[in-house]
Ligand binder design. Structure first.
Ligand code: FIX
Ligand code: ZN
Length: 413
């Protein structure tokens, strides 16, 4: 537990206090940046897999360049039709993405800059015209050592995977995959809740409990459309009420709701073809109120829903806002959302997750998060100092620990 008053200045030393304040304010930026850099993150939502999951564990240059964020940008700048693109091999696709977005255009978007930052982190020249040297570099890596290096470069301790037991490719791998404490599991419910299945609520509850224990899942999770409504009538709500929420209670784990995705608005471009929409968050209100013994991790995809999510978090302690998801993981959005959350919730939220799909992406995603959070936190402490309370390095360390680690640990234990 942090004690924020242990270093409070006494009133009799007003002059000294003022001098301290000035020094601290001048140093604040440096101290905040240092604390952010040295605090190891728990990355609470990714699509990464432990190496034991074989070909599901994606890494390396071809996967980095065929990330769906980059594919969405490719189709805007190259005269190729989606069906022609999908007919190419993965290395041909990566070659085309590199040529289009990195050679013929300046890589200034968030996703393209991210790929540059990854190459740079490995000391590679970022201006090669072809992928040959990058391919040679990644081919020479030994995966276990490479993972250790990537986690170090990203400043992360562990990541949470996305594990759907109804995924036919993934589920058999749980028989053989060696557990790796750096990769924790989250039981994903998308197929169960968003597709047609024949599970009765009783069957579903038993199925979920068996799989959650098998995976040692730290939470259950589902992505939901902008049209999501929690009512007593539809099948999804019935499964939530009678299977998912009781299973979470029995296992004492939270449910993560990621709300606001409009899947397949352009199916031709596959994963890149999902969009976002504003949701009605009254369902969150109902869930938090009607199920006080459940805990909810919530991320919303629409910018317009962010403020009301903070309002609901002020009403319900069993609601933990997390992350700036997907189209919001850009500096301008992260800055705005994090400032709003700090102002409304103090440090009682989880500022970010990476959503990385390719191992090395954690390097740029966490670097960018730290870079954006640094001035936001610095300004927060500057305002506090102006209002009469200056902070110490230990205070800042406590806050960043909460944001990057302990809010998640406490909420999931
Ligand atoms: O549903 C999700 O977990 C989303 O994050 C993904 O489906 C999405 O494709 C993504 O990668 C976003 O960053
Ligand atoms: Zn995701």
């Amino acid at each position: 537990m942090c004690d924020f008053l242990s270093a409070a200045p006494s009133n009799t030393w007003l002059l000294q206090t003022t001098i301290n304040l000035m020094i601290q304010t001048l140093n604040l930026e440096t101290v905040v940046a240092e604390v952010l850099a040295s605090t190891q993150v728990i990355d609470i939502h990714t699509h990464l897999f432990a190496p034991g999951f074989g070909r599901l564990a994606l890494w390396g240059i071809d996967h980095l360049l065929t990330y769906h964020y980059l594919e969405a940008e490719l189709f805007r700048s190259a005269p190729i039709r989606p069906e022609q693109y999908w007919a190419l091999s993965i290395s041909q696709r990566a070659d085309l993405v590199w040529k289009t977005l990195f050679v013929e255009n300046n890589p200034i978007s968030e996703a393209t800059r991210g790929a540059i930052a990854v190459l740079n982190a490995f000391g590679l020249n970022t201006s090669e015209r072809t992928l040959t040297l990058y391919r040679d570099f990644f081919r020479a890596q030994n995966l276990p050592d490479h993972i250790t290096r990537v986690f170090q470069l990203a400043g992360i301790e562990s990541v949470v995977m996305t594990n759907d037991p109804l995924d036919p490719e993934e589920s058999p791998l749980w028989d053989t995959a060696t557990p790796d404490p750096r990769f924790q599991a989250a039981l994903r419910l998308d197929r169960l809740l968003n597709q047609k299945t024949t599970y009765t609520p009783d069957d579903a509850r038993r199925f979920l409990k068996t799989w959650a224990m098998r995976m040692r899942a730290v939470y259950m999770a589902v992505s939901l459309p902008d049209s999501f409504q929690f009512s007593t009538h539809d099948r999804r709500s019935q499964l939530l009420t009678e299977a998912v929420l009781p299973a979470c209670r029995d296992l004492n784990i939270p449910l993560s709701l990621m709300i606001g995705v409009r899947r397949h608005v352009n199916p031709a471009i596959r994963l890149a073809g999902d969009a976002s929409g504003r949701a009605d968050l009254r369902s969150i209100e109902t869930l938090c109120r009607e199920f006080p013994d459940n805990r909810f991790l919530v991320s919303v995809l629409s910018r317009e829903n962010q403020h009301e999510l903070c309002v609901y978090a002020r009403k319900f302690a069993n609601l933990m806002p997390f992350g700036c998801w997907w189209f919001l993981n850009n500096p301008s959005m992260v800055e705005e959302i994090t400032r709003e959350r700090l102002e409304m919730l103090g440090t009682s939220f989880i500022p970010q997750h990476s959503d990385a799909r390719i191992l090395e992406q954690v390097i740029y995603k966490w670097r960018n998060t730290r870079r954006t959070l640094a001035p936001v936190l610095t300004n927060t402490y500057r305002l506090l100092a102006e209002d009469g309370r200056s902070v110490t390095r230990a205070d800042i360390e406590c806050d960043v620990q909460r944001l990057f680690r302990t809010n998640f640990q406490t909420f999931t234990s």
